[in-house]
Design a protein around this ligand. Structure first.
Ligand SMILES: Nc1ncnc2c1ncn2[C@@H]1O[C@H](COP(=O)(O)OP(=O)(O)OP(=O)(O)O)[C@@H](O)[C@H]1O
Length: 577
């Protein structure tokens, strides 16, 4: 299922990449056509002004030139339409993904986050901010890229047609770029403040509307409306500032465009008078100047929208990057949990089972075979959800936590660990969230703590030894030590570790240090080391308490279970003798 999901994601990413590349291809075609037009139109003008007296020849060459150009323009038009469509679709997909990621990031946050950030504000982020960022990506990106391509092509063609005139005209560009950078900075700050003010306004409206009964009961309608108007006025003030800034910028860019045209006519007229330019060349140059002017105007609006997008986006990036803050102490609680496996609904495994494991303590879970010890672990890992009751970690219902995050904080080590048929190094690194980022030093450290370093180094190929399928080339104890090293790389300081009993007790003890541990135990020696024991019987926790206390109760279930086990062990030893 997971691989199917991954492949569909990869498929979607691939399709999007192909779409984007196709759009860039169409952009290149349409821009090439657009930017070659002035050059050929100049040729048409030169043909008209060639001074030829042979009307028939002149008509023929003019007709063929115009027909050829019509064909080229048709291709350009089609490519332009395809580009706009593909860019828009890709942009919309990016916005959809952005919305989904922001929403999922919001839902992942801890409960305290929602105390600090009100619902209205978050909804505003999700709707208004993503719309601004979306507009900056969709409408804008496509036109912006075209403007960049056409400005670059236009400038190159200006140099091609007349380097002399191009040098003169383009002196205006560096001061314009500086001006645009300063403008962009201001616009970005103002856009961010506008989005913040808008979020506060929405938050006020959301809170008052959803609590309208309270507002009415206190007769506060008028004062609430006034408060809303105040907030809306603040948004308006910021929007006015933005309008003034944009007006100034567009005024200056429009003026500089006109000045460029005027200077081309002035200098070009002088060059024509001194026979350094033909009328066709001047016309081409003029058209290129127009194109560059239009592209620069397009670029300035692209830049404005982009800066607004960045401004609005900065809050979104913060939300996206935010890791949920949980100060995990490790208190673990099962409250009235009832559960039956979905495939065997008629056989209840737990009925109103309750017990808690205080932070940093070891809880040994005992019970006869089939009493549900491993099922407890499955429920905690959310491999299954209880039919009734809740399981909490530090008071957080685990159903409200991201399952991946939850599992990344729970280390499980089983009695017969599964190792993969790759090197010891890769098996240990497998435990880390990002195995690629694990250093050799990390692996050695984990192996030392698990008391595995010496025997691994003693292998002829050391950490590169391939362990064979399921680790068949290793002894039981060696496998367990490697599994402990793997778990050490996984679990952070405050995680829960669920283990079975081990041959290699000393390595296990190091793993348990400072963590909340639930251990499925059989041997008395293991149980004695635990802080508490929970005895599972008849679908619930029949007894729970410190091991010595439970052993002291002669009629208790735990005492009977231990006696039975001691008796069985004696029997086994006698049989061996
Ligand atoms: N995936 C499953 N689907 C249906 N029933 C299951 C499933 N896994 C376990 N069971 C049943 O649930 C009950 C509890 O199983 P569980 O493995 O939790 O017991 P346990 O106490 O860990 O046993 P043991 O000490 O023998 O390992 C058993 O009756 C078992 O047959």
């Amino acid at each position: 299922m997971e691989s199917l999901f991954m492949s569909s994601i990869n498929g979607a990413t691939f399709a999007r990449n192909v779409q984007l590349w196709a759009a860039v291809g169409f952009l290149t075609v349409s821009s090439t056509v657009t930017m070659s037009a002035p050059y050929f139109l100049g040729k048409v003008i030169d043909t008209i002004y060639s001074g030829s007296t042979d009307t028939e020849m002149m008509t023929a060459s003019l007709t063929s030139l115009c027909l050829m150009l019509t064909g080229v323009f048709l291709c350009g038009g089609a490519a332009n339409a395809a580009r706009v469509y593909l860019m828009d679709v890709s942009g919309q997909q990016i916005v959809r993904n952005l919305r989904a990621s922001v929403f999922s990031s919001i839902l992942r946050q801890e409960v305290a986050f929602f105390d600090r950030n009100r619902t209205g504000e978050l909804i505003n982020r999700l709707s208004a901010d993503t719309t601004v960022v979306g507009r900056s990506i969709t409408d804008n990106l496509s036109d912006g890229l075209r403007a960049v391509a056409q400005a670059a092509a236009g400038v190159s063609m200006m140099f091609y047609v007349s380097p002399n005139l191009a040098n003169f005209v383009l002196l205006i560009v560096p001061p314009m770029v500086l001006f645009a950078i300063i403008y962009g900075r201001y616009l970005r700050t103002i856009a961010k403040r506008t989005q913040d003010a808008l979020a506060q306004t929405t938050q006020l409206a959301e809170e008052r509307i959803s609590n309208v009964r309270t507002v009415r009961a206190f007769g506060k309608e008028l004062s609430e409306v006034n408060m809303y108007i105040q907030k809306a006025n603040h948004v308006l003030t910021l929007a006015r500032k933005e309008a003034v800034l944009r007006a100034g910028f567009f005024g200056v860019t429009g003026l500089s465009g006109n000045l460029m045209i005027l200077s081309v006519l002035y200098k070009g007229g002088l060059l024509m008078a001194s026979q350094h330019m033909t009328v066709g060349e001047l016309s081409s140059f003029l058209m290129y100047t127009f194109w560059v002017g239009i592209s620069i105007a397009g670029l300035s609006s692209f830049y404005s929208e982009l800066m607004k997008g960045f401004g609005a986006g900065s809050r979104l990036w913060e939300l996206l990057d935010r890791k949920p803050e949980f100060s995990l102490d490790g208190q673990l609680e099962f409250c009235d949990v009832s559960f039956a496996y979905p495939t065997r609904k008629e056989t209840s495994i737990f009925h109103n089972l309750s017990f808690s494991v205080p932070a940093g303590t070891i809880m040994a879970v005992v019970g006869s075979s089939g009493s549900g010890k491993s099922t407890l672990v499955s429920l905690l890992l959310r491999l299954y959800d209880p039919d009734a009751g809740i399981i909490t970690i530090d008071g957080h219902d685990i159903r409200n936590l991201n399952p991946c995050w939850l599992r990344s904080h729970i280390g499980t080590v089983s009695q017969e660990p599964v190792l993969f048929s790759c090197s010891v190094r890769d098996n240990i690194a497998y435990g880390a969230l990002d195995p690629g980022a694990v250093t050799t030093e990390d692996i050695y450290r984990a192996a030392r703590v698990a008391n595995a370093y010496d025997f691994i180094q003693a292998f002829p190929q050391g950490f590169d030894t391939v362990v064979g399928e399921k680790g068949v080339l290793l002894s039981g104890g060696q496998k367990q030590r490697i599994a402990i090293a793997r778990a050490l790389l996984k679990v952070s300081k405050k995680t829960y570790c669920f283990t079975n009993e081990f041959l290699v007790q000393e390595a296990l003890e190091r793993l348990m240090e400072g963590r909340t541990v639930m251990i499925i135990a059989h041997r008395l020696s293991t149980i004695k080391n635990a802080d508490h024991v929970a005895v599972l019987d008849q679908q619930r926790v029949a007894e729970c308490g410190p091991p010595t206390e439970l052993l002291g109760n002669r009629q208790g279930l735990f005492r009977k279970l231990m006696e039975k086990q001691a008796f069985l062990q004696e029997e086994q030893q006698r049989a061996l003798r």
